[in-house]
Design a protein around this ligand. Structure first.
Ligand SMILES: O=P(O)(O)OC[C@H]1O[C@H](O[C@H]2O[C@H](CO)[C@@H](O)[C@H](O)[C@H]2O)[C@H](O)[C@@H](O)[C@@H]1O
Length: 282
């Protein structure tokens, strides 16, 4: 499979519908910011839409669908914003909550002190820069610059990169998200690996569906496709996902739809489901 521009989900409905109807169980993995919650200027104010909350609550009573949130936020943070899913992965998959226990990637655990040192230094460095600030998430960190002046962006990125390189001593690395520089341990681990672990907590015959909007979601799409279904939230950019929806509003429609079209309701007529999905995402 090659990275390509995903098709609008409506065009992929026949394939998705038959996969969903043939599945005995579904593992539905969901990114948080930009997927369940619209992007907002202040990360502390990010919250899932009411339609998403309703859809997730409906899904929680469906015994054949397990829901998982897979976020770049810390586990504690994301859990405080959405609580009905069955499984959680925080810090881009470095911490996972399943079967009542939390596991943390052992190397990430060892490098938490280094992340803390880098975050403290970056917070001091950027203190005089308006609208540039650091979110310390213990296992990873984020330098936020959503509202910073455009003319400062290159400097912010260069300074952040050099501090991460100098203090991180090759044990930490940086990556870019939506108006954010992510600081993480340099280890071959991402959301895709987290999804593989979460799959162990779902019935073996589960169809895996993943919805996400950002670069860190790509490793999960890559793991899930082509046997499962990757759905990118946003415009027509290249991705490992095969389908796309426009926004968290369309995500809510998809969640409602999959709850209706999923295993226990496989007898719903396709025309009715298509009509429902297109009405909801209009
Ligand atoms: O994997 P996610 O659940 O999508 O988390 C990725 C990052 O999301 C948050 O930052 C992003 O959303 C903010 C609120 O909408 C926005 O202000 C910011 O510009 C975005 O980058 C979160 O604060 C980070 O910790 C996550 O890594």
């Amino acid at each position: 499979m090659l990275k390509d521009i995903p098709s609008p989900v409506d065009e992929q409905l026949p394939r998705i519908r038959s996969a969903v109807r043939e599945a005995n169980n579904i593992l539905l993995c969901l990114d948080f910011d930009g997927t369940l919650a619209p992007i907002v200027d202040d990360p502390a104010k990010a919250t899932p839409t009411d339609a998403v909350v309703d859809a997730l609550e409906d899904l929680s009573s469906n015994p054949t669908i397990r829901t998982a949130v897979v976020s770049g936020r810390s586990l504690t943070d994301v859990r405080s914003r959405v609580d009905s899913p069955n499984l959680f992965a925080g810090n881009h998959g470095l911490e996972i909550q399943r079967n009542g226990s939390i596991s943390v990637h052992p190397i990430a655990q060892k490098r938490a002190t280094l992340v803390d040192t880098v975050c403290s230094q970056l917070a001091k460095t950027f203190e005089p820069v308006p609208h540039c600030w650091v979110e310390n998430k213990r296992l990873t960190g984020s330098v936020h610059f959503r509202l910073a002046s455009t003319h400062r962006l290159e400097t912010i990125k260069n300074v952040a990169k050099s501090v991460i390189k100098r203090i991180g001593q090759g044990l930490l690395e940086h990556s870019y998200g939506k108006r954010v520089i992510e600081i993480s341990p340099r280890i071959p681990w991402g959301k895709g690996n987290a999804v593989e672990l979460l799959e162990l907590s779902a019935p073996t015959d589960s169809l895996v569906v993943y919805l996400g909007d950002d670069t860190t979601d790509e490793s999960a799409f890559e793991v899930v496709e082509p046997d499962g279904i990757g759905i990118r939230v946003g415009g027509p950019s290249t991705s490992w996902a095969s389908a796309r929806v426009r926004s968290p509003a369309a995500v809510a429609s998809f969640l409602h739809w999959i709850g209706t079209a999923g295993p226990p309701h496989a007898t719903e007529t396709p025309a009715k489901l298509e009509e429902t999905l297109s009405q909801r995402s209009a």
